[in-house]
Design a protein around this ligand. Structure first.
Ligand SMILES: Cc1ncc(COP(=O)(O)O)c(C=O)c1O
Length: 459
């Protein structure tokens, strides 16, 4: 038994050493070092437990990754069983049992036509790989297609933090400063209907954004290798949900104009929108699909880029032809990660996770209605278990809070005091709990969020 004094000393040392050694991602460290860091030591189900033993609901699934809760015995066991065999061996020139098994499963559950799995270890690299495969595919397809070296991406898009994925991003706050390092893309407008650039909103607009994208693609298809999109929900932009049919019609435009469609399902994949993949809502099969985050149930880093057989065939040839895809990371297809992913996918089947989720989504939709009564809530957006609550200074004019007001940070700070961990995206409060959350816990997530918004914005 460790004495209370020893524990206190240990905890204080951890807090000091965090500030001495760690540079946290997406964090203003000047603010961080002025506050007491919250250090997580354990997890159980939908709760995170800090070094003092305080429990917090994990309202954003540890940055959108956790699916079945923390310490799931089946996933714990799968990892420790794999650990007894081997933790990692390379996929460069070798294969591994869990990577093969998982590859098969991924193809089985993926949208129709995706047949090959290229592994990596995070969402950004899965996207980079998709972009590189698309480009190389056209370069090898024949003289006629050599001009297809550009991409079409969307305003407000987020595809990760590596330079290729930043190039196809569209969030100025994160991306603009790196402009000198980025490759140019064609930028189409993503339908952010609450702040419609036409001043109309759906359905009055008649999907004007789509027509604009169509014109852009028609005019430049000979230069465009692929279009990249976050299907149905732009996550990091603030959970912006596209209007019905937008994705399906975009798919048709891509096909008509002979450009590939890359679906970035890094955030939306593995049940988050209510179906295994967001593309399924509109019966869309992309040519390339990037997945990561929830793939291992939120346990270990793993990502995959899936492609059609046609794309894969385009890389086959004599060695001397140099059609090989010269890309690969050290931890590509890590065995522990693949074992975790297999166990996670088994839970989906065994526990009918998606069927059960349907009721929870209805419950969530119902409980979110009351947010519209709050004077500073402009819009509540939801697709499945992805929720964005946009706070505004003025509900009528939709005037935004100023960046300096840190309204999102203040609300989520308040939620933390009440036992809920959530993280904002600017002025948007995000909820994205694990799919395994109980109705009671989900109700608590919603209630704490409501009270926190009220207390901060209606003072
Ligand atoms: C749609 C999308 N793509 C890519 C990424 C990048 O994933 P990672 O953080 O694993 O690199 C994210 C991360 O939030 C994402 O939301």
């Amino acid at each position: 038994m460790v004495s209370a004094d020893k524990l206190k000393e240990r905890n204080q040392r951890l807090e000091e050493e965090d500030k001495t050694y760690i540079w946290h991602p997406f964090t203003q460290m000047k603010d961080w070092i002025e506050e007491q860091p919250l250090i997580i030591e354990k997890g159980k189900g939908c709760y995170l437990i800090d070094i003092y033993g305080n429990r917090y609901l994990d309202g954003v699934s540890s940055i959108w990754v956790n699916i079945h809760g923390h310490r799931r015995p089946e996933i714990d066991r799968a990892i420790s069983d794999q650990l007894k065999k081997i933790s990692h061996s390379t996929l460069l020139g070798l294969s591994s049992t869990p990577a093969i098994r998982l590859g098969r499963k991924l193809v089985e559950i993926a949208p129709k036509g995706l047949k090959k799995v290229f592994y990596s270890d995070n969402g950004s690299t899965a996207v980079e790989i998709g972009l590189k495969i698309a480009l190389q595919y056209w370069q090898q397809k024949g003289e006629k297609f050599k001009g297809k070296t550009k991409f079409i991406s969307f305003t407000n898009a987020y595809h990760g933090d590596t330079l290729g994925s930043v190039s196809v991003g569209g969030i100025d706050l994160f991306h603009q400063i790196f402009e000198p390092l980025l490759f140019p893309t064609f930028k189409a407008e993503y339908p952010y209907c609450y702040r419609c650039s036409q001043g109309k909103g759906y359905p009055l607009c008649d999907l004007a954004c789509l027509e604009q994208a169509r014109e852009m693609i028609k005019a430049h298809h000979e230069e465009i290798a692929a279009l990249i999109i976050e299907p149905l929900v732009q996550g990091a932009a603030g959970m912006i949900v596209s209007p019905p049919d937008f994705l399906r019609r975009l798919r048709e435009i891509c096909t008509e104009n002979n450009i590939l469609m890359i679906a970035d399902e890094v955030a939306t994949g593995f049940g988050r929108t209510g179906k295994m993949f967001a593309c399924e809502h509109e019966g869309v099969s992309p040519d390339i699909m990037a997945v990561a985050k929830g793939i291992t149930g939120g346990y270990l880093p793993l990502a995959a880029t899936l492609t059609t057989d046609e794309i894969y065939q385009g890389f086959l040839g004599e060695y001397r032809e140099k059609k090989t895809f010269f890309h690969g990371h050290s931890y590509t297809g890590n065995s522990l990660s693949c074992a975790a992913a297999l166990a996670s996918l088994e839970i989906f089947v065994k526990e009918k996770v998606l069927e059960k989720l349907a009721d929870k989504i209805v419950f969530l939709t119902e409980r979110l209605k009351k947010f519209n009564q709050l004077s500073r809530v402009g819009e509540v957006r939801q697709k499945g278990f992805m929720v964005g609550i946009e706070l505004v200074r003025d509900k009528v004019t939709r005037q935004e809070y100023e960046f300096e007001e840190k309204i999102g940070i203040r609300v989520t700070g308040e939620a933390r005091k009440r036992g809920l961990i959530i993280r904002p995206l600017g002025n948007v409060i995000v909820l994205m709990p694990p799919l395994s959350i109980s109705l009671r816990e989900l109700g608590e997530v919603v209630d704490i969020t409501y009270e926190s918004i009220k207390s901060i914005t209606e003072q």
